[in-house]
Design a binder for this molecule. Structure first.
Ligand code: UDP
Length: 347
């Protein structure tokens, strides 16, 4: 494995992903492939870029740096395997490279953030997905769209399988994200049906780990926000009664699943839930973070978020079967790794 990565926590995880892919026989698929990643400077985009560079791919990475950070990819700028284009995906120009795979991740997935930018959030999913699909069509590339558990809205079926159609308020405050992603899924399927494009859709459930934005309190993804609050000894802000649940997946499990999904040719047109079904209340998450950090922070209850889904837990039967994969990292292990990553950065 060759990588310019110096970050020890991320480097160790990426070695483990590469090893798992080599063992399962998927690593060679990515050698010498040219991969367009939209949202490359974001959390999952940068993890995919690092893993793919380690596997021998060439990356063309696009990001408008609205929520992503150049810090996540600046080590890759030194290699000839990575070209960065600072651009909004809705204005993506034709590329000079022949592209083999398009990974369309560009999005504003954090509720606290997208509630402040509903128009950009919708346009990224609509115009942005159209632009990314057109790159794939011109290049006859495989297209991966990273969708979301939010397409299920406030789900009535728990654990939620891919066959569930969702319960989404089309005019509610979260609709800019939920309906945008639902439209984008529909557009992907239209490209498959009308043009035969090789599209794959993953529905990502809450994922966390190093590089998720923990510094900006306005970004507000719960795991890293709680860890930062606990490490600083600040109150842990639980919205509402804290009895709402989420099921958190550690980033390396997510990345491994996505790369297997991409490498399996027979999965054209499939939609897969990717997440970890270990369900936890937000209150219990807060208590676990306090315990693992040894923090003296207290828990405070803040007003509930509008339309906050009460329960979220993926049914991953389909992904487990089709990818021959299951998440390996428990919540406590993943939290410990994330704490280890954030701690030295607080100083
Ligand atoms: N949450 C919380 N306190 C915070 C931030 C989030 O209690 O400071 C809760 C939020 O209300 C939701 C859950 O944590 O129930 C997950 O929020 P996040 O923004 O991470 O993602 P979501 O799953 O809602 O998209």
């Amino acid at each position: 494995m060759s990588t310019p990565l110096e970050d020890p926590v991320v480097k160790m995880d990426i070695s483990a992903i590469v090893e798992a892919l080599e063992e399962k026989g998927y690593a060679d698929f990515f050698k010498e492939k040219t991969v367009l990643i939209t949202g490359v400077a974001g959390f999952l985009g940068s993890w995919l870029a690092d893993t793919l560079v380690a596997l021998g791919s060439h990356i063309v990475g696009v990001d408008n740096l609205s929520t992503g950070s150049l810090n996540n990819v600046k080590h890759l700028l030194k290699t000839k395997h990575f070209r960065f284009i600072e651009a909004d995906v809705t204005k993506l120009e034709p590329l000079e490279e022949k592209i083999d795979l398009v990974l369309h991740l560009a999005a504003r997935p954090s509720p606290d953030d997208y509630l402040r930018h509903p128009v950009e959030t919708l346009l990224t999913s609509s115009e942005g997905t159209l632009k990314a699909l057109e790159v794939a069509r011109r290049n006859d590339a495989v297209f991966l769209f990273t969708s979301t558990s939010e397409v299920y809205g406030d789900a009535e079926v728990i654990p939620t399988p891919e066959t569930y159609w969702g319960k989404v308020n089309p005019i509610g405050p979260r609709s800019c994200y939920d309906e945008g992603k639902r439209y984008a899924e529909a557009l992907c399927m239209a490209y498959l049906r009308q043009y035969g494009l090789d599209v794959k859709i993953s529905r990502i459930f809450n994922t966390y780990g190093p590089r998720l934005d923990w510094k900006n309190p306005g970004y507000g993804r719960v795991v890293v926000k709680f860890i930062a609050q606990a490490l600083k000894g600040e109150p842990i802000t639980v919205h509402g009664d804290g009895l709402q649940t989420r099921s958190f997946c550690y980033v390396s499990d997510n990345i491994e699943a996505h790369l297997i999904f991409l490498a399996k040719k027979e999965l054209k047109g499939e939609v897969l839930n990717i997440g970890n079904p270990e369900e936890v209340t937000i209150l219990d998450l807060a208590k676990t973070v306090i315990e693992l950090t040894g923090s003296k922070s207290r828990i405070v209850h803040t007003p509930p978020r509008p339309d906050d889904p009460r329960r979220r837990k993926p049914d991953i039967t389909k992904a487990t079967k089709l990818l021959d994969w299951k998440p390996k990292i428990s919540l406590r292990e993943g939290l410990a790794k994330t704490i280890e990553w954030i701690k030295p950065r607080l100083k």
